[in-house]
Design a binder for this molecule. Structure first.
Ligand code: CTP
Length: 225
């Protein structure tokens, strides 16, 4: 009789892309995130045998072809949070690659806002912090990965986020590095672990950066390495 190997399937939650926060039926506040980093991570985790929930803000990217990736498309931070919270408890790994809008309009106008005076003041209110809120529910065997896009005091800011959001690993992109971050197909990252480990990688295509991140995460998961 052949030996039976029971290998538990790794479940991964990934947030990706921007969020759009509506002002009225035709306008929103958003950002230039393309979603490429999050989608590349989803494909790389799936290729390694994981089952992935990809919660994506509005992007022009097609759904990944892999049947191991379930894509849920959302618009706002509130919708992204609700979709992520619904699958977070069942996931072994969380990757927060989305560029979530920090603020949303206090009111969403029911009809198109008409042009009036010479100035227009918008009141914005803070959005839910998806990573930090889920971070409070993280169990010891779960592993959380965050991103930090910084322009100054990069490592200090990234480590502060790691603690505040209960990450096990933070992926730091410095906007001082040409070719890194938003609107590029390449990225240059430094991985900072909660255990103090620091690894700096060269500028490379986001698909290869995804491999570096996935390899690092899998090596830190005792049961899946
Ligand atoms: N993040 C999130 N929900 C938010 C804001 C951020 O899940 N409302 C996640 C991002 O996906 C990323 C990490 O938190 O993994 C850091 O995002 P960043 O925008 O750099 O952090 P902020 O807390 O918004 O800090 P600041 O903008 O002040 O630098």
């Amino acid at each position: 009789m052949a030996d039976l190997f029971l290998m538990e399937t790794l479940r991964v939650l990934i947030t990706a892309g921007p969020t759009y926060e509506p002002l009225d039926p035709v306008r929103f506040i958003g950002n230039h995130s393309t979603g490429k980093m999050g989608y590349a991570l989803a494909e790389t985790f799936a290729a390694a045998g994981a089952v992935v929930d990809l919660i994506s803000g509005p992007t022009s990217l097609p759904d990944p072809a892999s049947s191991s990736i379930r894509v849920q498309r959302v618009q706002t931070a509130d919708e992204m949070y609700a979709a992520a919270a619904a699958v977070a408890a069942a996931a072994d790994v969380w990757v927060f690659a989305a560029a979530v809008a920090d603020y949303k309009p206090a009111q969403v106008a029911e009809n198109k806002i008409k042009k009036a005076g010479d100035t227009l003041t918008l009141e914005l209110v803070k959005n839910v912090d998806i990573a930090a809120t889920l971070g409070k529910t993280k169990r010891p065997e779960q592993f959380s990965v965050g991103f930090a896009l910084e322009t100054n005091n990069e490592r200090a800011h990234a480590l502060e986020k790691l603690q505040r959001k209960n990450f096990d690993l933070v992926v730091l992109n410095s906007l001082r590095d040409p070719g890194a971050g938003f609107r590029h197909d390449t990225n240059k990252v430094t991985l900072l672990g909660a255990d103090g480990a620091v690894t700096t990688f060269e500028l490379k295509p986001k698909t290869e950066v995804a491999h570096d991140i996935v390899r690092t995460v899998l090596a830190r998961l005792p049961h899946h390495a």
